[in-house]
Design a protein around this ligand. Structure first.
Ligand SMILES: Cc1cc2nc3c(=O)[nH]c(=O)nc-3n(C[C@H](O)[C@H](O)[C@H](O)COP(=O)(O)OP(=O)(O)OC[C@H]3O[C@@H](n4cnc5c(N)ncnc54)[C@H](O)[C@@H]3O)c2cc1C
Length: 414
């Protein structure tokens, strides 16, 4: 099978890049070891985080670090036995989490985040998936006046700086938006601009069908079989060998493993996260995702039920699941809303692909002709897939990139 480009990885990032390239006249094969959008892009909280301009940094306050280290805070869980393997990455992440890198990171995020929702909306319209989108924003709620005040001050600082609309709510304001809230809280911050979807996996699959409808080919295979083949690339699939002039690595957390084969040492860490769906009692429900900020988890209304998603678990990517954070946060969610029983037995585990500066890698592989990179979208790959796909396609087809791609180069780590 011959193609101009083979895109490796059919998560939100790879599917979006494949569409952007196919639409510009390239013949594209999209390869995955399983179906489209079945890994991180399936199980996330489904928020298109139009507000998330400042990168998620490692905490610098000792109190918080100690709570994280001893697993006293439900928003994080550390596998101590994994430290020899993940410690060097954690150290780089901590070292990168300075006010200076926050400023630089925000400057790099702004051009891509600000187009993220518009790029999704265009793809949704083209692929007939607009029905999955909710334009109801999302809410961050606070249980104590102290945390609410701190968050108000920080929201004012950052959102005014980046021109992101936000609204400060007292408890009554939150109740007006979410009348099924059943316990008392201090208040919240409402972000009206972000979108959210009722089924992230279905959106990815809808985009993949659209890719096929415009002539793209979707195949099953192991990206680990990628080899250089003269001036081109070859990868084995269940539909035969794929030969392509160019290859795009969009394998999420697995991208570094493939790149190691070509001599690149990429500091790609993993923040694991879990979800589980619950039914609500009676006719109770929520109209938008809600982040219970002091308890470190999110609740999002999904087709399957109320999806509770957890914060970060620092562990080896392939270690067996340890969903202790879900066990810790479920009672907190039950305090707030009338949850009934779980909608599934086993929690879902996913992996956020994270570079130490919390920016993605988008661009050329420095030492290999025709090898392109699009991974490391950390907490925001669902948001950023379409817009970074466009940026990559700009670069690959020689069009003027809509923003300077320099901050996303792999060379920053080499
Ligand atoms: C709990 C949780 C909540 C989140 N909430 C949000 C949110 O609300 N908003 C947001 O923007 N982001 C969110 N994220 C982050 C987001 O889900 C990820 O950043 C995003 O899905 C990454 O997309 P991806 O395409 O890079 O990776 P993936 O979706 O993981 O796709 C990678 C693909 O590569 C394939 N692959 C891997 N290795 C091979 C191989 N050897 N051969 C062939 N194929 C291979 C996999 O099968 C997979 O399909 C959340 C993540 C988690 C875990």
């Amino acid at each position: 099978m011959k193609a101009d480009v083979v895109v490796l990885g059919a998560g939100m990032v790879g599917i979006s890049a494949a569409i952007a390239l196919q639409k510009r006249g390239r013949s594209v094969v999209l390869l995955d070891r399983r179906g489209p959008a079945e890994e991180a892009s399936y199980g996330n909280a489904g928020i298109i985080q139009r507000e998330a301009i400042e990168p998620y940094l490692f905490p610098r306050e000792w109190g918080k670090i100690i709570r994280y280290a001893f697993n006293r805070s439900p928003e994080a869980n550390l596998h101590w036995r994994a430290l020899p393997a993940i410690g060097p990455w954690l150290f780089r992440y901590w070292r990168n989490s300075t006010p200076e890198t926050k400023k630089r990171g925000a400057a790099a995020m702004q051009p891509i985040i600000s187009r993220s929702l518009a790029e999704h909306e265009a793809l949704m319209a083209a692929s007939g998936t607009t029905g999955l989108l909710r334009r109801t924003g999302y809410l961050r709620i606070y249980r104590t006046a102290r945390e609410l005040d701190l968050s108000r001050a920080d929201s004012k600082r950052q959102f005014e700086l980046y021109g992101v609309p936000f609204e400060q709510l007292d408890e009554a304001g939150v109740r007006r938006m979410e009348p099924h809230l059943q316990s008392s809280i201090a208040g919240g911050i409402f972000l009206s601009q972000p979108g959210s979807v009722s089924d992230p996996g279905a959106l990815g699959q809808g985009y993949a069908r659209y890719f096929q409808s415009i002539g793209g080919r979707l195949v099953e295979g192991d990206a680990g079989t990628l080899v250089e083949d003269g001036e081109a690339w070859r990868v084995t699939s269940s539909s035969g060998d794929v030969h392509a002039r160019e290859a795009v690595v969009a394998l999420g957390y697995a991208s570094a493993r493939l790149l190691a084969k070509f001599g690149y040492r990429v500091p790609l860490g993993v923040k694991r996260g879990y979800h589980k769906h619950f039914h609500m009692r009676g006719n109770a429900g929520i109209s938008r995702p809600i982040v219970d900020s002091e308890r470190g988890y999110a609740m999002a209304p999904m087709t399957k039920g109320l999806r509770i998603t957890t914060g970060a678990e620092f562990a080896e990517a392939e270690a067996p699941p340890t969903p202790v954070q879900l066990e810790k946060v479920e009672p907190f969610a039950r305090e707030l809303f009338p949850l009934a029983g779980p909608a599934e037995v086993e929690p879902w585990l996913g992996r956020r692909p994270c570079l130490p500066d919390m920016l993605p890698v988008i661009g050329k592989a420095p030492r290999h002709k025709g090898l392109w990179l699009d991974f490391g979208h950390q907490h925001l790959g669902f948001t950023l897939g379409p817009v970074t796909g466009r940026l990559l396609a700009d670069m690959m087809t020689g069009e003027a990139p809509f923003t300077d791609p320099a901050p996303y180069r792999l060379e920053r780590f080499l």
